[in-house]
Design a protein around this ligand. Structure first.
Ligand code: GLN
Ligand code: ZN
Length: 764
């Protein structure tokens, strides 16, 4: 029985790739130095797989930036604007990151299915020529073989690639199908003599497939198959069930079908019933998305069910999806207590689990392995750290009434304490102010014990004073404290809530060289003490303007953490919501009348299947409402979301019933407000009036133009003026200049609107 993983994390146990990339980009190292780091990482990862007992070594899963971009490069699908971007590697990075000096914008980036990984979006333009443009993966396969590994090249499948792209200038992506498929055929034909298996990923089969893709799938795959002579094609599906796309997979001509059984086991019986003899089954029983130790007993039961039906010769055992989404090695976690350690597995450990499962299936050491694993799982289940009677009782006693504010929005609007102090088109910011080197250095000195708490907190207070003084001087209407005490917002709350563990080295690639360290949510969630109140109260003490309290919402905390697998997600989210609710009430008690609860990650939790969307949105919105609904009518609740596509979810956004929502919109020129107008969104909106992703300072007239565009769609009485998102990645000079311009633009349009309405009343 073969054992394999769909892919290994790329960044390196010590984030070597991150450092190598950033040094290369800064001009601090040469291309040969960068490729040497890449080669060493690939080789190390092949060794890890081999040592774990896996029979195949994934090749082509490594990438210097993103595997979708690698595929774009292989197909020569370089957008025109990058034609002059230098050598192959320079062009590759220019596509990923843009070139500010040459004014060439990067390719668009978006989330990879329902993960927190971002890929570069292929662009289809009418005049594009698709042609084979490198042989990187063939060379890698050859190298792995020469080093004595049994390589299994991994390619992103043609249909998924086509579906993930975006059509520009009226292009039709499906016109490129044949050209794309023939490049794949060529590459497959060259790799076939070098390997037993070629893995081709088509995760799009686990999503709603557009009609054109459904038609294209089988013919395209049949062509791939004819090029694979001698080698087997593994059709890899993951992140969900195949559902109605199962027939396509079975007719594709593939030699093996991979299923993500860690994510979705329900379809297994049906598939086993109808799987033709010609197709082998790769059983993805080890979860590639979380960090929990595998339940080997359960996995074995699944594997045995498959064995009974099709026999071991036709089986492979695998990870559900690529291990890209988990940290690398649990052994590198130093500050981890033995109890928690006993519950977890990172990528290296997951490779071993897969090796062990294959060994046991082949008759080795079953008793011992199962006994040890069962003991670890039992210890986790019975640990007092995962189950808290008081938390369960609270969560169970949530009533319908706790999900709603006391009065409807129009009543709240009249009663609002903040409102009495606010002009039309009030100005505010999204929360964070620049995280300066001084703050960063103080934080790291504090973490290393080189700075005592009193001095550290005084540095933060000094920062808050500066942020408040600036807002006073710039004339903003609703203030923030600037969030200097937070690095990553989810980590900030995770550190203070019970039931969370913050890893020391649990990095996961977000995009390119950017990594995140998701907290591990292992147990019932409780808030031992207020988390933000002292900071906000201090900030409020410095001004008479309303100070906005800043919290991260329950859905975002959930979606950006590794979540326990022994309790349903809605239940876990409800526990977080109750903790946030207590914090909201404490802020209100401390005299804060404007409170913002960020839900930056609400949309990314959307299931891949449309038919499952409403169920998710229902509990997600309920959790948000639970977290904010305890407050009096007088308190104004804001929320913030970091994206600009709302279309089909506007009604759910409205159902959140926040008094004010701020969204990203400057780059779309307010077009997204259409969705809100069409829906007749009833509450207040702050569409971002300038892009915070670049240091560029927008002119007053430019911002005023966007505000006027917003006023044309949404009544001015319900509009707020704010930047697209938080300012923590910006420097002070551009922040000050931009916010001053923003305030000036708001005043300008305010006068115009008020002038116009006086005009109206005179005419009446
Ligand atoms: N309040 C946060 C900030 O300003 C919001 C960031 C986010 O939603 N990503 O940084
Ligand atoms: Zn944002």
């Amino acid at each position: 029985m073969e054992a394999h993983i769909l892919g290994f994390p790329r960044i390196g146990a010590d984030r070597e790739l991150k450092r190598a990339l950033e040094s290369y980009w800064k001009g601090g190292s040469s291309l040969p130095m960068l490729t040497a780091v890449g080669d060493a990482l690939k080789e190390r990862h092949w060794h890890i797989q081999k040592e774990a007992g896996l029979s195949l070594a994934a090749v082509g899963d490594f990438s210097f930036y993103d595997h979708v971009l690698d595929t774009i490069a292989m197909l020569g699908m370089t957008p025109r604007r990058f034609a002059d971007s230098g050598s192959d590697m320079d062009r590759y990075f220019c596509m990923a990151r843009g070139d500010a000096d040459a004014n060439v914008p990067a390719m668009e980036m978006t989330k990879w299915f329902d993960t927190n990984y971002h890929y570069l979006v292929p662009e289809f333009t009418p005049d594009m020529v698709v042609r084979r443009s490198n042989n990187g993966i063939v060379e890698e396969t050859r190298r792995a073989r020469a080093l004595g590994f049994s390589p299994k090249p991994v390619l992103l499948g043609p249909i998924t690639l086509l579906c993930l792209g975006r059509e520009r200038e009226g292009a039709d992506r499906w016109r490129y199908l044949d050209a794309v498929v023939s490049v794949y055929c060529e590459v497959i034909a060259e790799m076939a003599p070098l390997c037993d298996w070629i893995q081709i990923d088509e995760p799009i089969l686990c999503a709603d497939l557009p009609g054109a893709a459904r038609e294209a799938f089988v013919p395209a795959w049949r062509k791939l198959k004819t090029s694979a002579a001698g080698s087997r094609l593994l059709l890899a599906t993951y992140f969900g069930a195949l559902g109605e796309n199962l027939a396509l997979a079975l007719e594709s001509g593939c030699d093996g079908l991979h299923l993500d059984l860690a994510r979705e086991k329900n379809q297994l019986n049906e598939i086993l019933e109808i799987l033709p003899d010609t197709i082998r089954l790769s059983a993805g029983v080890v979860n590639g998305r979380n960090i929990w130790k595998n339940d080997l007993g359960e996995s074995l039961a699944i594997l045995e069910r498959i064995e009974k039906r099709i026999g071991t010769e036709r089986m492979l055992v695998a990870s559900g999806c690529s291990l890209l989404h988990v940290p690398i090695d649990l052994d590198l976690e130093t500050g981890l207590d033995p109890e928690l350690r006993g519950w977890m597995a990172f990528a290296v450990q997951k490779c071993r689990e897969i090796g062990v499962l294959r060994d046991v299936m082949e008759g080795k050491d079953r008793e011992n392995v199962l006994r040890e694993n069962a003991a670890a799982l039992a210890a986790r289940r019975s640990s007092p750290r995962v189950f808290r009677e008081d938390v369960r009782r609270c969560a169970a006693s949530v009533t319908e009434a706790m999900l709603s504010r006391r009065s409807p929005y129009p009543v709240r609007r009249e009663r609002g304490k903040a409102k009495q102090m606010l002009p039309m088109l009030p100005t505010t910011t999204i929360g964070s102010f620049p995280q300066t080197d001084a703050i960063r250095s103080a934080r790291s000195r504090f973490a290393q014990g080189r700075l005592d708490r009193v001095s550290y907190e005084e540095i933060l207070r000094e920062e808050i004073r500066a942020v408040v003084a600036f807002q006073e001087e710039a004339g903003l209407d609703v203030f923030v404290h600037g969030e200097p005490e937070r690095t990553d917002m989810v980590e900030y709350f995770g550190r203070q809530l019970e039931g969370f563990h913050i890893t020391g080295n649990g990095w996961v690639q977000s995009y390119g060289s950017r990594c995140v360290k998701p907290p591990v949510l292992f147990g019932d969630v409780a808030r031992p003490a207020p988390m933000t109140v002292d900071w906000i109260r201090y900030a409020q003490s410095l001004t008479r303007r309303p100070m906005k309290g800043m919290l991260t919402g329950p859905v975002t905390i959930l979606n950006w953490s590794f979540v326990r697998d022994d309790l349903e997600r809605p239940e876990v989210c409800r526990q977080i919501a109750l903790a946030v609710r207590d914090e909201v009430l404490d802020l209100e008690r401390a005299g804060i009348h404007v409170i913002q609860i960020d839900e930056a990650a609400l949309r990314e939790g959307l299931p891949l299947r449309r038919r499952e969307a409403d169920a998710y949105l229902r509990w997600a919105v309920d959790c948000f409402r639970l977290s904010v609904s305890g407050v009096a009518d007088e308190t104004q609740i804001h929320t913030h979301m970091c994206y600009s596509e709302f279309g089909s979810i506007v009604r759910w956004i409205a159902a959140m019933d926040a008094d004010v929502i701020s969204i990203e919109s400057s780059r779309s020129g307010m077009r997204l407000l259409e969705a809100f107008r069409e829906f007749e969104y009833p509450n207040e909106i702050g569409p971002g009036v300038y892009d915070i992703h670049s240091p560029r300072v927008p002119e007053v007239e430019e911002i005023a133009g966007l505000i006027r565009a917003a006023v044309a769609v949404i009544p001015a009485e319900r509009l707020w003026i704010n930047p697209d998102c938080g300012l923590k990645t910006r420097g002070w000079p551009e922040t000050k200049a931009s916010l001053r311009n923003m305030v000036a633009a708001a005043r300008l349009v305010r006068l115009e609107v008020e002038g116009a309405s006086e005009e109206d009343s005179r005419q009446v």
